[in-house]
Design a protein around this ligand. Structure first.
Ligand SMILES: [Zn+2]
Length: 89
């Protein structure tokens, strides 16, 4: 993959910093990356043919990623169900 801003291929996975990156990007199957050349951060798909497994495994295992993604969606669905039940009564 290449940097969105300068086109450099020297990019690495960046830590998720805030709630937006932890939840919104994960929901969209995106992850923050940082460019080694221009040091800017950007979001990119983290599952794709141009992203090697070790790019993600450097921070967490693939299993942990899927467990986190599925758990987050289950939590959202559960929350919607609870809110819906309360308003229905
Ligand atoms: Zn760059």
């Amino acid at each position: 993959m290449k940097c969105r801003y300068c086109g450099s291929s020297e990019v690495h996975r960046s830590h998720r910093r805030d709630l937006k990156e932890r939840f919104l990007l994960r929901m969209l199957l995106r992850a923050p990356y940082r460019c080694n050349n221009c040091t800017r951060r950007f979001a990119h798909w983290y599952l794709g043919p141009d992203i090697r497994a070790k790019d993600y495994l450097g921070l967490a295992s693939t299993l942990r990623f899927w467990a986190g993604t599925i758990a987050m969606w289950l939590a959202i669905i559960l929350l919607i169900l609870i809110v819906f039940r309360r308003t229905a009564r």
